[in-house]
Ligand binder design. Structure first.
Ligand SMILES: Cc1cc2nc3c(=O)[nH]c(=O)nc-3n(C[C@H](O)[C@H](O)[C@H](O)COP(=O)(O)OP(=O)(O)OC[C@H]3O[C@@H](n4cnc5c(N)ncnc54)[C@H](O)[C@@H]3O)c2cc1C
Length: 479
């Protein structure tokens, strides 16, 4: 046995950084271990949109909002499938999270808070984001942790991975097994352990096993490998949310990868409130499966979840290229040309049959679908109820971009009690094993749906709460 600490925080990302900082500021001896070579986790690539009701910024803008309204919105959007107790805890502490970021100099985008449409919209403007997305959050969190580390209040070890947990008497954890980059293995005894290792949306092998067989395609980091979830499961923890898979609507694969998609900023713009569609969306049979302009992204996501392979093709013609707003707003002509010449998800052909053949879509289905769609454009009425029908698809060359139901956060995770202590299979909490962030399963906060800001904000808040609780500051659970 080489060392003993008051609190071991495993994973230095969105939830782990505030957990470690808060506990150290309360006087605990904290060891923060991070398997990557830098702290920050998913915040390096996340949009980090946050949601909070009753913030100072809302008051300044005259927006009336309360945690109760926020709670009602989350439960409405998730159709009651989110975890009511955890959502309650999250909405009650969200305003403090955003207000504290602001007092620490957070670089808030001047357009925030707003109602956004990438996910099903809230009824009130309560989504916030930094001018540099997740990096703006890190610009606040990292100096705080580094300052504590410089003063010897937190010990930080990067390139050090948790590989297992050792249980104590009763449902508790006694020690953690860590491995550093050189392969040296060490056991650390801890008064309490916090699992903030993220989800498993970067682990294509594990994803279907924990998610009812659903395929993984997405832009998450490979560090999101499910390590903390697996370590707790092997200690007898309970998994929840395996049946809560819902894909995000769209996203293309990187050339050469069968699961990793382009960065989220480079996804096609398929949100009809941002860009009414000029294209049709078809499945492998060449058939449309939803009104492409349906205002509810939840409706479109559930329709996609029912398609074979959870994939679809966005099909358009030369006229759309010339007249429509750009489908890939972040790309220039050279980027598009590179995609259509070097990425198998992007297909271009002179006629529809050749396009279908090259893309792997049923040609007869596509031909019939386009004929029916063009009839709807000519005034025949769209059988799927689409109302934005700007132009027929008739002028070659034709284009097909293979899209997927993608995963930004993994749905299943560790069941916890109201104090974020990991629950065993028998329903009893491990007395000193906590979890926060995506290790709880993305579906805990949004059920079988997606609710704006309900990953990053709860991760930050719950990290802070655990840091305080570990230091005996339990009165903070109720704001
Ligand atoms: C592209 C993208 C955009 C997103 N946009 C939003 C958004 O706008 N709003 C929102 O609410 N959510 C968003 N999300 C989801 C959200 O960002 C994540 O759910 C959240 O950041 C996860 O926080 P976390 O602390 O659980 O994990 P992370 O921030 O990923 O931190 C986990 C850390 O643990 C480390 N780790 C893992 N295993 C080990 C181990 N064995 N030992 C030691 N360390 C380990 C990892 O390296 C990592 O640093 C997005 C996700 C993606 C991928």
């Amino acid at each position: 046995m080489s060392e003993r600490v008051d609190l071991l925080v495993v994973g230095g990302g969105t939830a782990g950084l505030p957990a470690a900082a808060e506990a150290a500021e309360q006087g605990l001896d904290v060891l923060l271990v991070e398997k990557a070579d830098r702290l920050g986790g998913t915040l390096w690539r996340s949009w980090a949109q946050m949601a909070a009701a009753g913030t100072g910024l809302q008051r300044t803008r005259g927006i009336r909002d309360t945690p109760d309204l926020h709670y009602d919105d989350v439960m409405r959007i998730s159709r009651g499938t989110a975890d009511p107790d955890l959502v309650r805890l999250a909405v009650d502490h969200a305003a403090e999270t955003v207000d504290r970021l602001m007092s620490a100099g957070f670089d808030m985008d001047p357009d925030a808070p707003a109602v956004l449409y990438f996910h099903e919209p809230y009824s009130v403007a309560r989504t916030y984001w930094g001018r540099e997305a997740g990096k703006s959050v890190l610009d606040v969190l990292l100096p705080r942790v580094r300052g504590l580390a410089d003063r010897g209040r937190i010990r930080v070890r990067t390139r050090t991975a948790l590989t297992g947990l050792r249980g104590g008497g009763g449902p508790s954890v006694e020690a953690a097994v860590l491995r550093d980059a050189a392969g040296a293995v060490e056991e650390v005894e801890a008064g309490a352990v916090v699992l903030t290792t993220g989800g498993y949306a970067g682990n294509p092998g594990l994803f279907p096993l924990l998610t009812g067989g659903a395929p993984l395609r997405g832009p998450a980091a490979e560090t999101s490998a499910g390590d903390g979830i697996l370590a707790a499961l092997s200690l007898g923890a309970r998994l929840r949310g395996s049946d809560m898979f819902l894909p995000t609507y769209g996203g293309t694969l990187r050339a050469g990868s069968d699961w990793e998609t382009a960065h989220l900023d480079d996804f096609p713009q398929l949100t009809p409130q941002e860009r009414p569609p000029w294209e049709i969306h078809v499945n492998r049979s060449g058939l449309r499966f939803v009104a492409e302009d349906d205002a509810s992204v939840d409706v479109r996501e559930h329709a996609l979840a029912r398609q074979r392979g959870v994939e679809f093709w966005v099909v358009y013609d030369q006229r759309a290229v010339e007249e429509a707003p750009p489908l890939f707003p972040s790309w220039g002509e050279a980027d598009l040309e590179r995609a259509f010449t070097g990425n198998p998800s992007f297909t271009r052909a002179d006629d529809l049959d050749s396009l279908a053949e090259a893309a792997g879509i049923d040609p007869q289905g596509l031909r019939l679908t386009v004929r029916e769609y063009n009839r709807a454009v000519a005034g025949g009425g769209d059988p799927l109820g689409r109302t934005h029908l700007p132009a027929p698809l008739e002028r070659g060359p034709f284009y097909a971009v293979r899209n997927h139901g993608t995963v930004l956060k993994s749905p299943a995770g560790l069941a916890v009690d109201g104090r974020l202590r990991v629950l065993g299979d028998d329903g009893r909490p491990f007395t000193n094993l906590y979890a926060a962030g995506e290790a709880l399963g993305g579906s805990s906060m949004s059920g079988r749906s997606f609710v704006s800001g309900m990953s990053v904000t709860p991760a930050l808040s719950f990290g802070r709460l655990i840091g305080r609780a570990a230091a005996g500051e339990d009165q903070h659970w109720r704001p």
